[in-house]
Structures are given as C-alpha cells and as structure tokens.
Design a protein around this ligand. Sequence first.
Ligand code: NDP
Length: 482
Amino acid sequence: MTFEYAPALESRSIVSIKAKYGHFINGSFVAGKKHFPTINPATEEILSHIALGGASDVDKAVMAAQKAYTKTWSKLSGKERGKYLYRIARILQERAREFAVLETLDNGKPIRETRDIDIPLVAAHFFYHAGWADKLDYAGLGHSPKAYGVAGQIIPWNFPLLMLAWKVAPALATGNTVVLKPAETTSLTALLFAEVCQQAELPDGVVNIVTGDGSTGAAIVNHPGVHKIAFTGSTDVGKKIARAIASTDKKATLELGGKGANIVFDDAPIDETVEGIVNGIFFNQGHVCCAGSRLIVQESVAEEVIEKLKVRMAKIRVGDPLDKNTDLGAINSKEQLVKIKELSAIGDAEGAERWSPQCNLSNKGFWFAPTIFTGVTQANRIAQEEIFGPVLSVLTFRTPQEAIDKANNTPFGLSAGIWSEKGSRIFWASQHLKAGVIWANTFNKFDPASPFGGYKESGWGREGGKHGLAAYLKTGKETGAK
Ligand code: NDP
C-alpha cells in the first residue's frame, strides 16, 4: 500500500504576486517611474518588478509622513496607537502562511525558518510594542517622552520582514511616523505589509514604503524632514550614513556587521554544543549579522568537536527552500554568492584548510555548500571580515584569557556565544567579552523584549526592549545612540 502525501500547506499557490509594484505613500500604492526585476534566488525566476524610487518619491513619502504625524498620529493617545499595533499583529498572524511563502520565494531562506522563526517573531514584535504604546510614561524614560516625528528606516535583505518589524513597531508605538526602504532584492514582503496597513485601517501616511536602491536610501537619510534614522546593514553603508548626518541634529541607530565568536570550553557538553555551532553559523545561510562565524574551541577538545561537527554537517539538507525538510536554502543574490566565493578563496590562499560535505547543488539559482575552515589564524581575513554566508572559521585556544583575547580581536562587537557547564566560567567570560549580545549554551535566540546591538564597528544604539523604545523618544537617555 502506498500513501499519497497531501499538498504542502505552504505552497506557492497561496501567494499572489503582482507583475509590477509601485511605492506605498499616504495610504495608497502610487506608480513608480522606473522598475527593476526581483528574482527568486533559488530558481532565478523573475517574481515581479519593483519601483526604483528617486528623490521626488522620497520627498512625497516624507511629506505624507510629516502630515500624518502632525495631523493624526501625534494627536492619538498611546492606547489608540496600541490598538492599531494589536490589529496589525493579529492580521500578520492570520496571514502568516502567505508571508512565510512570499519571504521564502523572495529571499531564498527555508520555509521552516520563515514559518517557525521569522513570521512568528514579526507578530511578536508588534504585540510587544502594542503593549508599550500606552505605558511610555511609566517606562523610566522621563515624564511624557515625545516622539521625534518622521523616522527614516533602511533595512537589509537577510531578514526582510523581521527587520521591518524591528523598525516599524517601536517607531509607531512611540508615536513616530515612518518612511521605510526595503532592500533591493527583497521588497515583496514589505509591499505585502503595506496591504496589512490598509487592512488595519492605519491612518494614511503613518507608514510609507519607498522601494529602490542605495540612492533611494541615501535620499531618505539626507531628507531634511527626517529626524531619526534607523539603519540595519553593512558597516560601510553605516559609516556613510554617520558621515551624512554628522553636521545635522538627526538621531540614528545603526545595526551593522559582526564576526561573532562562539567559544567552546573543554567542559562543554559536546553534542549540544555541536548543535549550537550549526545553528550559530548555518541558520539563514549564515546571512546573519550576529552569526557565530568564528568557532573558538579549546585545544584539548578541538579534534572531537570538529569531527562531530563534520558528521553533523553531512546531514544538513541543502536545496528547495519551499521544502519543509530543507535546512539550508539559497544564497540571496548573485553578488552575495560572488562575495562568499571570493572570501573563501582568500581563506584557501591564506593556508586554512577548507571542508564541505558532499552536496548536490542545483545549476539554477545561487548556492553554497556549508563550509568550515580549520587552521585559521587571527590575522587571516576569514577571521576578521564578515563573510555573511554559510562559512565557519575555526580557531583554537589553550587558556580562557586567550579565548577572550581572540574573541575580542576584530573590529566588530555584536555577538558571542559561550559553551561551558560552569556558571562561574560563563559569568567570567561574558564580563570580558566586548559584544552587545552574549548567549550561553545556546545561540541565535531573539526576543522583542531583549535589547540587541553592538560595540565598535557593529553599530550605535540598541533595538528591542525598553532601550529600543528610548531610541525613538526625546528622553535624553538614548542608550548609546547618537
Ligand atoms: P548594504 O548595507 O549595502 O544594504 C543595506 C540597506 O542599505 C539596503 O536597503 C541598501 O539598499 C541600503 N543602502 C545601500 N547604500 C546606501 C546608502 N548609501 N545610503 C542609504 N542606504 C543605502 O548591504 P548589502 O545588501 O549591499 O550587503 C553588503 C554586505 O553587507 C553583505 O555582504 C554583508 O556582509 C553585509 N550586510 C550586513 C547586514 C547586517 O545585518 N549586519 C545585513 C546586510 C548586509 P540596496 O538593497 O538597494 O543596496
């Protein structure tokens, strides 16, 4: 007897993608002038054409956001703003499957992750911030903290809708209005979110979405009507933004790159640790700013850890992102694949030893097998630069102090992980690591209540939790923000 499988609930047929999109300004979709294609990175199929926003589109969006701020949003009580946020959160939950499929098609990440991580976290961010909207007076942020006005928000392609939620939910909860630009390769879920704003009857102009490229982002940053910038992306662009606003009174939070250290002490439970290492670097194809991209393992257990890691890596399923058994999906773009290949070739040239399991990678689309480099030294570029792909650099240490010195020896300071059975060792290490987020015996755990952000070239300020609210309010207490 054979059993027929029922069709997957998360199938392509549940999303409807328009052939062409415009911008979302003042509560309506408005036609764009020029368009560029957006493709499915797993198949290279053109999904749609996205409008390329220019300075005049940004200007219209900022005007709409300013008007919405003065005439409507700043006049509503926190309780009323909260109602809209709750409504958005519930609609996102109702349409979760549609968002998960669309995100997977546009980004290339596995449906298991969009379905179980991205979209539930998106809804959680709106619920969390809805709860804060009427309690800002009691948040320890000063008496009646005031919004800045219009927030300009620029997001990357690695967690498209989740980064939108990280930006839009706190901005709206604190009474700001928004002009947001999604990344060039992943605009579709932001445009579907615009439909959710309409469905929730959010007042016109409170959320505006202008699609486009880097020049569109720069037009938002430089617009005089934007009072607060929230950016997530590369350190290079973060520096450009910092320079652009240096002589203005604009506030900014910048969430930039990382080169997270995952430190394994010799008393760590090895099997659980190997799971944590895999999650740390291969989650989301390694397109994660806080990825555990440097494994720093105690010499006495290094051989055992690497051996078990290779066995585990051989079981990672690489392939169709819409198949719910897939662990590792497609690389988001051809450009990113080229960058991963280039940095990996530099790893070879620097003398590190490369290993990947046997994988049958499709000829269509952008793919890179999970990879580790052993014998990496601190001076190697693959130990210093963000590869932003499924590539792990392995270094070893003998003493705890050496582990800390190696972990801190990069220009970044975003995340770190510590694996040890000893609480005292974990506390000691976490006090000495220069990283904004430190996980102990786990990795890549996110929660809207938990502030996220970095030191050094990993950025300014925090997003999430009470610290994230402060960054959108005139409190004089913007933790770490400009
Ligand atoms: P970018 O920093 O270029 O892109 C992030 C966002 O900024 C995108 O929306 C982008 O638009 C926009 N942008 C680009 N130039 C400007 C500008 N001058 N002013 C304002 N906004 C701008 O990252 P990339 O997508 O190009 O990726 C490059 C590298 O950055 C990756 O290889 C990775 O190492 C790193 N990265 C790090 C991320 C993180 O979270 N730490 C996230 C994404 C990338 P557009 O999409 O049109 O270019």
